[in-house]
Structures are given as structure tokens and as C-alpha cells.
Design a protein. Structure first.
Lengths: 197, 381
């Protein structure tokens, strides 16, 4: 495993890692949340709304979410549409090809629970969470493109509490230091700060 | 170890460079926007020797599910068949039910059905042309085309509240009458759409790269098109003049003046061209239908919610954006259909893929697939 991948683990091992990690986490979460490249796993009707979300009127790209057909380029898999028993192994395999960290958005009722096919279809998987860890669910048959954009913003909130140390979560959103903060640029109590006062 | 040495000897014993057939698996998660289809491609270098589509990745058992629903409850399921053109499956199913139960549809409802289906044809062709353009590398065209589609989707949303799965055409009529000012916006769209079509014509069909990618690719002879049961723009691109709106007229189509565009070469270019010209014709039909539309009810009067036709069967077909879409219903007298079968044009057209992709490069395979315009909700059902 590469050093970068183990960075969080190494820093948190020292016991004093918390202080260093919060700053790195804030930076990592900010950058991860702002460029969620999407793997559009559009199988059925919802794929149309997934395409509509990327195009002129809704403009998905302004949220930093850019659809890429290659799973190795992507951070978030948008499962849009019905997943059948025949399709499920392919979806799982594509998910496994995505690099960590990765997230899943279940778009539409079919991906959430099977939707209209819940009761009496013999071939539909009742929700993509049967085999993938879903982070954000969007209801609707199909959901509007705005819902998908909302889901990306929700996912960004979720990401902002994650730490790069494995299994660690922060209680609240970490914010990056701003130029107005006391801790930004100059150390409190230093000569320069004294002069300013 | 011995096996490896033996096989190496075999390749060395051949004269010239050893050539092996390479089998490549394309899909089921397709990088372009044609749905979940897997194609097993046999390659000789970069030339496709055999392309074998594997379907069933979106088989949801809709035909079987129809047997558990009442006649009215089936309508939302038909939306999910051809999700690029939901109105067609709605209408084809409702026509079959109306034929089975002997329901008379008011004239205004027939006009509304024609209007929404011609709008749907434009929307579907915009999706088809856009994704076909993206296959040839012209992503700009996709955005132009989707912009047009978005306008229609907004009009549909004002009409029935849904952007994609409309559930608009019901047995005996339609669900809602048109809102105020809607026809004006529709006519305005027809006017601006013609301008946009001319723009797209220049942008994509006039582009030398796009022409090079499409002309002479995926040639389908007229005999083959007829023999394989192709319909819609796929058949018409090969010069088969077959359109149910003209040749088996249904609803109020005989009252409109419109032409059936046909191609001659039968290649990808002609198929795309037919779709483009059909959008002009759809605009013409919409304008005539809006002008002729009478007042009156939009639903058949005295129709019970629980339709229970007498035992028997009925088949009806309409011309969808992909070809002749047929629905066959068998009734045993109860409130639920005994059997529902959809004759989907996308399924029949997809069967032509091995025929038209053979002998072309691997990169042309996607162009060929896009020109058939399959929607896998309808292929797999």
C-alpha cells in the first residue's frame, strides 16, 4: 500500500495525531467534497435524469461533479436505475474498481428499494444496498435532477465529517483556517502580533 | 509447461505473422449512453468479424407483473418500458385495452394523444441524435439536442406533472386536459425547434469528421431490413417506406398532411438523417393537430375504474420513435389481463447489430449500436 494511503493511519498511531490530523482532515475533506467525480451507473429510466442533470439547464459540473465513464477516475458511484440479478455482479465489480475513498448515491426508487418492482418482480434486486454501502438515498421515480444535485451537497456534508484516519469520524464539520482566524499566518503571542496590537 | 512449448511451436510453424482471433467483451456498463447491453466482439486486428449482443441486463419481468395488476394499474408499468418515449407504450397499451373492452375515445383525447406522441417523437429523436453524435465524438451536438429535449420535458411536466414517467394516456382517454397558455408555448417551440434543427444539421451533419464516421458505416440492405423485422427509422433509412401512421392509419392521423422521410444508402448517416427529418414532420403534425383540435371531454364517459373485458384477445400497434410497437393482450374475463405481450421495435432492431457491425472497426461498433437507437427497458422488458 502506498505511503499516502497509510498517512492517516501512521499519523493517528502516535497518539498525538489528533492535532495534526484535524488540519489535514479539513483540507482533505474540502478537496474531496469539491470534486466528486461521478461514475454514472445509469441502467434504466433514472439515467435520463442523470444525463439531464449534467446538461445545460441544471449543469452538474458547477458542483464539481463530472461524469466519467471509467470507474478508476471516479469518487462516487451514482446508481441510477433498476439493478437486476444479472446486472448486480457487474455493478459490484465496477464499484470494486473504484479507488478509495469512494461513496455511493442510490438514485431513484429502484436503486433505493426496488420501487415499483418491489412486490412481484422475480428479477429485480430490492435496493442496491443489498450489495453496496449506500451513503445517500434519493427517492423519486425518477427523481428530479435537482434532487441529484441536492444529494451531492448532502454527500459533501457527510464527507466533511470524515477523517483520513481509517474509521474515525468527526462530530462536526471541520473548517479550513481563514485569513481572519487567530491561528492563520501568525502565531498568537509572537512579536509581529504584539506590534499589530 | 509442455503445453506452452507445443503451442509456441504451432504459432512458429505458420507462414508469415501468426494471427489470432481476439474476443473482447464490451459492456454491460456501456461507456456511451445506450443502456446496459453487452456485446461480445470477435476481432481480427481491429476489424469486427462477429458482434454478438447479450441482452437481459434490464429484464424486470414487466410482462409477468402485468398479470398481477388491474388494467388501469398496468399503465405506469408501460412507462418504464421505453423510458425515452414513455407516451408510446402508454398509448399502444391503451389502444389494445380499448379494442378489447370496446371503449370509444373522445375526439379531443385522440388529438391530445397525437400531440403528446409527436412531441415525444421529437424528444426521443433528440436523445437518439445527441447520443449518436457523442459516439462520433461530437459532444456539443449532444448538449444542443438535449436542450431541445428539455423544453419538451418541461411542457410535459406542465401537462401531467412528470418529467419522464408520464402515465398520461389512460384507457378511455387521457389523464389531464391542457393547461392555459400551453398550446401557445407548444407552437412557439415548434417554431424555434425548426431553427434549432437547421443549426444541428449544419453543426453535425455538415461536419466532415461526423460524415466520415457515419457515411458507409453499418450498411443495412432493404431486403435485410424487411427480413429481420426492422421498423421505424432503421428500416426507413434503408429505403423501406413503412410507417404505420400512413400505411395502417390509426387514431386521427389520416386527417394530417405529412411526409415519411426515407433514406437510400441504409448506413448510419441515413438513419440519423431520417430521424432529423422526422422531427420537422412531427412539428407539422403538432401544428395541424393544435389547429384542428375540437373541444369536449377528454375521457370516455361512463367508464368504470375496474375494466373487466369479456374473454378474448386484442392486438394493436402504433408507430413509436423506434418503429412499430405492438401490444397483445389476452383476457379471461377478470379484472386483470391473463397475458400481456409487448412487440418491441428496439428488440427487433437490435438483432441487426451483428449484421451491420461486421467488417467495420471496433470504434464503429458503438456508432452502429447508436444508430439502431435501442432502449434497453424495451429490449429486455
Amino acid at each position: 500500500m502506498a505511503f499516502v494511503d497509510r498517512l492517516g493511519e501512521i499519523l493517528s498511531e502516535g497518539g498525538q495525531g489528533g492535532i495534526i490530523l484535524t488540519s489535514i482532515d479539513a483540507l482533505a475533506d474540502w478537496s474531496r467534497g469539491k470534486s466528486l467525480w461521478a461514475m454514472p451507473m445509469g441502467t434504466a429510466c433514472c439515467a435520463m435524469e442523470l444525463i439531464a442533470a449534467s446538461f445545460a439547464k441544471f449543469d452538474f459540473d458547477r458542483h464539481g461533479s463530472f461524469p466519467r465513464p471509467d470507474p478508476r477516475h471516479t469518487d462516487v458511484m451514482v446508481v441510477a436505475g433498476t439493478i437486476t440479478r444479472k446486472m448486480a455482479p457487474a455493478v459490484k465489480r465496477l464499484y470494486e474498481q473504484m479507488p478509495e475513498p469512494k461513496w455511493v448515491i442510490a438514485m431513484g426508487n429502484c436503486a433505493v428499494s426496488g420501487g415499483i418492482f418491489f412486490y412481484d418482480s422475480y428479477s429485480v434486486i430490492r435496493g442496491v444496498d443489498e450489495f453496496l454501502p449506500v451513503d445517500v438515498y434519493i427517492a423519486g421515480c425518477p427523481p428530479r435532477p435537482e434532487s441529484l444535485q441536492d444529494a451531492v451537497l448532502r454527500l459533501r456534508e457527510l464527507i466533511s465529517t470524515e477523517s483520513i484516519a481509517p474509521g474515525v469520524k468527526h462530530e462536526r464539520t471541520l473548517s479550513l483556517p481563514r485569513s481572519g482566524d487567530v491561528s492563520f499566518g501568525v502565531r498568537p503571542g509572537s512579536a509581529e502580533e504584539g506590534d499589530a496590537e | 509447461m509442455t503445453l506452452e512449448v507445443e503451442s509456441r511451436k504451432e504459432t512458429l510453424a505458420e507462414d508469415g505473422l501468426p494471427v489470432e482471433e481476439l474476443v473482447v467483451n464490451v459492456g454491460p456498463s456501456h461507456p456511451s449512453t445506450h443502456g446496459v447491453c453487452r456485446v461480445i466482439v470477435h476481432l481480427d486486428g481491429e476489424i469486427v468479424t462477429r458482434a454478438e449482443p447479450v441482452i437481459g441486463y434490464l429484464h424486470r419481468g414487466i410482462e409477468k407483473m402485468c398479470e398481477n395488476r388491474t388494467y388501469l394499474q398496468v399503465v405506469p408499468l408501460t412507462d418504464r418500458l421505453d423510458y425515452v418515449g414513455s407516451m408510446y407504450a402508454n398509448w399502444a397499451y391503451c389502444r389494445a385495452v380499448e379494442r378489447l373492452a370496446g371503449i370509444r375515445v373522445p375526439e379531443r383525447a385522440e388529438y391530445l394523444r397525437v400531440i403528446v406522441c409527436e412531441m415525444q417523437r421529437i424528444a426521443s429523436h433528440m436523445m437518439s441524435l445527441g447520443s449518436a453524435a457523442a459516439d462520433t465524438g461530437a459532444a456539443t451536438m449532444f448538449i444542443y439536442a438535449f436542450d431541445e429535449r428539455e423544453t419538451i420535458v418541461e411542457l410535459f411536466e406542465d401537462l401531467c406533472g412528470a418529467r419522464l414517467t408520464y402515465n398520461y394516456v389512460r384507457p378511455g382517454g387521457v389523464s389531464f386536459d391542457i393547461p392555459e397558455g400551453w398550446t401557445d408555448r407548444l407552437l412557439e417551440f415548434c417554431r424555434t425547434h425548426r431553427v434549432a434543427l437547421r443549426e444541428m444539421d449544419k453543426l453535425w451533419f455538415g461536419n466532415v469528421i461526423a460524415r466520415g464516421r457515419m457515411k458507409g458505416i453499418g450498411v443495412l440492405a432493404a431486403d435485410d431490413a424487411v427480413a429481420w423485422g426492422a421498423s421505424g427509422p432503421v428500416a426507413r433509412g434503408s429505403g423501406v417506406n413503412w410507417d404505420l401512421r400512413k400505411h395502417d392509419p390509426y387514431s386521427v392521423y389520416p386527417r394530417f398532411d405529412f411526409d415519411i422521410p426515407t433514406g437510400s444508402a441504409g448506413d448510419v448517416y441515413d438513419r440519423a438523417r431520417v430521424r432529423l427529418y422526422e422531427c420537422y414532420e412531427s412539428c407539422r403534425i403538432i401544428e395541424q393537430a393544435v389547429a384542428q383540435m375540437p373541444g369536449g371531454p377528454i375521457k370516455a364517459e361512463g367508464l368504470q375504474r375496474l375494466i373487466a373485458p369479456r374473454p378474448g384477445d386484442a392486438y394493436d400497434h402504433i408507430e413509436s420513435a423506434r418503429g412499430s410497437l405492438g401490444v397483445y393482450i389476452v383476457s379471461e374475463g377478470g379484472p386483470r389481463p391473463h397475458r400481456v405481450k409487448f412487440r418491441s421495435p428496439a428488440f427487433c432492431n437490435l438483432a441487426l447489430l451483428p449484421l451491420i457491425a461486421e467488417g467495420h472497426m471496433l470504434s464503429d461498433l458503438v456508432v452502429c449500436l447508436g444508430s439502431l437507437d435501442p432502449v434497453f427497458g424495451e429490449v429486455d422488458r
